[in-house]
Design a protein around this ligand. Structure first.
Ligand code: PEP
Ligand code: MN
Length: 339
């Protein structure tokens, strides 16, 4: 249920509605918009006494939320969410596109710092890099763990970039949250609901990747798990889905961008690296993502892709990234955005 307050209502009116909602055993989410304040009441509908809320002072109307997800839904909040991240308070979700770049995995300190400087210079606001890697093959490189997190922190110190890194398991929540500015939940973990809740509870911004076989509704319900902890800083990430096609590693469905914008207020970034699997496809799919309304990109960049420990084939060089950023500025301005 959404309680829409009259414009010009006071805090005491909102507090009163919150109290009513709590008395009914429901949880409230107060969203202060530029025009109206709304109180979303989440929980068991059977406890709901709509007429009591409707007759509270300064309540305009009470409407049911139709979507299965509530807090993530546009029904609850019309204005796009802007998530602020990292040392520079960089925005993900505003008019300015948020570019996040870096290696698939953190490999060594000097290489990481070198790539961090390069992507920062080209205009990135975030540095990506996995310290804990979800690998299909147990004999493949699994990531440097805490050492990798330390390198990421050093790269942040050197460049001011925000660190985006994957959280793979509940046992590492505290450790990863200590070093990261944004916790990445990987495609394989989108359905790991306990992990979503634990990640949400850190209060850190969460980049939630869509499961490679999840529907859009399942994706938004996963975001809802995080947001139900009270953490509203969720960034959605499309990284491609599994189809019959083999010329790409995954099929990148850019139609999800307008679909997300239609259903949710959350920002969405695109990962064209996992989304295609081929470095030569990354710039064009990135430009297409911007044209389609993405709020940002997360791109794998490596100084020596041939020798990368993971995902070299889909990693672009810093030079290609810089060139892409020049092209990105032109496409962004054509669709009323900036880089
Ligand atoms: C990655 O970003 O390197 C990664 C493993 O992503 P995904 O979870 O989308 O496969
Ligand atoms: Mn990767």
């Amino acid at each position: 249920m959404i309680v829409v307050m009259n414009s010009g209502c006071e805090q005491s009116h909102v507090d009163h509605v919150v109290e009513l909602v709590q008395q009914m055993g429901l949880r409230e989410h107060v969203i202060v918009g530029t025009d109206r304040t709304v109180v979303a009441a989440i929980g068991d509908k059977r406890n709901l006494d709509m007429s009591a809320v409707e007759s509270a002072p300064m309540v305009d109307r009470v409407v049911p939320i139709l979507a299965a997800y509530k807090v993530a839904s546009k029904e609850v909040k019309q204005e796009p969410t802007v998530v602020r991240v990292g040392p520079g308070n960089a925005q993900i979700g505003g008019n300015k596109l948020a570019m996040i770049a870096g290696p698939c995995s953190v490999e060594d300190e000097s290489r990481l710092i070198e790539v961090a400087h390069a992507v920062k210079e080209a205009g990135a606001i975030g540095l990506r890099g996995g310290a804990f890697k979800p690998r299909t093959n147990p004999y493949s490189f699994q990531g440097l763990g805490e050492t990798g997190l330390k390198y990421l922190a050093k790269a942040r110190e050197a460049t001011g970039l925000s660190v985006v890194t994957e959280l793979m398991s509940i046992e590492h929540v505290k450790l990863v949250a200590e070093y990261a500015d944004v916790l990445q939940i990987g495609t394989r973990n989108m359905h790991n609901f306990n992990l979503l809740v634990a990640a949400g509870e850190t209060g850190k911004p969460i980049m939630l990747k869509r499961g490679w076989s999840a529907t859009l509704d399942e994706f938004l319900l996963a975001a809802e798990y995080i947001m139900n902890t009270g953490n509203k800083n969720v960034i959605l990430c499309e990284r491609g889905i599994r189809t019959h096609e083999s010329y790409v590693r995954n099929t990148l469905p850019l139609a999800i961008i307008p679909a997300v914008k239609h259903k949710s207020h959350l920002p969405i970034v695109i990962d064209p690296s996992q989304g295609t699997g081929h470095a030569y496809m990354v710039p064009s799919m990135s430009l297409a993502s911007i044209a389609a309304g993405a709020d940002g990109l997360i791109i794998e960049v490596h100084t020596d892709p041939e020798h990368a420990l993971t995902d070299g084939a889909q990693s672009i060089t810093p030079e290609t990234f810089a060139q892409f950023m020049t092209d990105a500025a032109r496409v962004a301005s054509a669709v009323g955005r900036s880089t």
